[in-house]
Write a protein that binds this ligand. Sequence first.
Ligand SMILES: [Zn+2]
Length: 474
Amino acid sequence: MLQNTDQKAPGFSRGRNDPSLLDQEPLSGYHVASRGQGSNTPGGSEGGPMLVFEYKMDAAQAQYARMDEAIRSAQFVRNKCLRLWMDTPGTSANDLQVHCSQLAHDFPFAAQLNSQARQARSALAWRAISRFYANCQAKVPGKKDYPCFQHNNRSVEYKVTGWKLDPDGRHLTFTDGCDIGRVRLIGTRSIETLPLDQIKRVRLVRRADGYYVQCCVDAERHVEHVPTGQPVGIDLGLRVFSTDSAGKTVETPRFLRKAERRIKRLQRQVSRKYRPERRKQAKQPQSHNYRKARKKLAKAHLKVQRQREDFARKAASALVSSHDLIAYEAVQIRNLVKNHRLAKSLHDAAWGRFLLWVGYYVRLHGVPLIAVPPQYTTQACSGCGTLVQKTLSTRTHVCWHCGLILDRDEHAARNILALALVSWRTSPHSPRLLGGSRPYRRAGGNGLGMTERTLGDMGPLACSERWERVKPGG
Ligand SMILES: [Zn+2]
């Protein structure tokens, strides 16, 4: 029994025997974020945050057909660019751009698509290629993301030409050779008040329930953060979505689980209407009823997707706006999902979307976000640092050493916060935050400038902490 007292996770214990945290090497694994894309744009490839105004489109059936045509042409351009890269060693991004105009010369339907829209597609092809190169160079374990041919493209992106916005902001005209024409925009945001040259991209997106247009605007959103003096650590879970260090919980919405019965029924209907012989022998299209059933299923999935997104966004916004520092556990969701018993629930909880939005709001509010390595956050006692082994089903932390009894998740959240605060105070970027003064200043460095830096654009936070598991009895 006695020998177990040595089993501690350093960093948790506050005893006087602690080695100075400052003397050790930095641990990669901590970072202060701006995580994710940093804005609500799914990708402004010119860099920098962009705002996206999204509208549903109202148009005639013939116009929708031409939109499909444009989307297909865009896919064609991307796939042809990829083909060129596969066939010709040493192809560069510029070669792909040149190839675009060659394609327009050879294929009349490709020429109909706006030239900048073609080039945007080849840039996307290059992005896939360079990601593959980067993965190879970084020796990422497992698959390297070799670029694939696209067969289900749903969007086409125009840059600053090929479209025209009416002065009322309610109508958009596509002016390229695809002949889509004028469409009505359905939505509440008024884009007409913005200068026209701030609209850098116009994207046409097809979804299960209709066609949408996204206008990417080169503008930043500003929010005045009201300081609350409250730092918080959060522990994400499946039974409850999140538990914070003050013991507050947010319920898991379980959108998929609620919609599952309906989705399963719709999926059965789709399967029943599928005729393999039509595909195999005659290459005929599937029946009209099959397509209707498929559309219903797609809409049901779209609804779940939107519910998750909405929840993630609201939960993230509520969290960030009511705290001054946020710490979370840097779990590798990709690895957790490999557990097939948990995968569906994990995906349904949508931690990734939530953290992405937390990253966005953190940037907006200028609040620090600190990721803590997940080791020992559940096991080490937040009172004395003793490791208390738990299985997944143990819901309460009971420390045999100091007698601390706490809910498992709340206890983990406290540990996460404590670790984050240690790394935050010792970081050279840390400004005077949370009312308290910093306990020590790092030797070297100018000691200045750190309070002047805005929190929003901080680089990675170097942490001066390392954990080593002390062997029992050692
Ligand atoms: Zn304890």
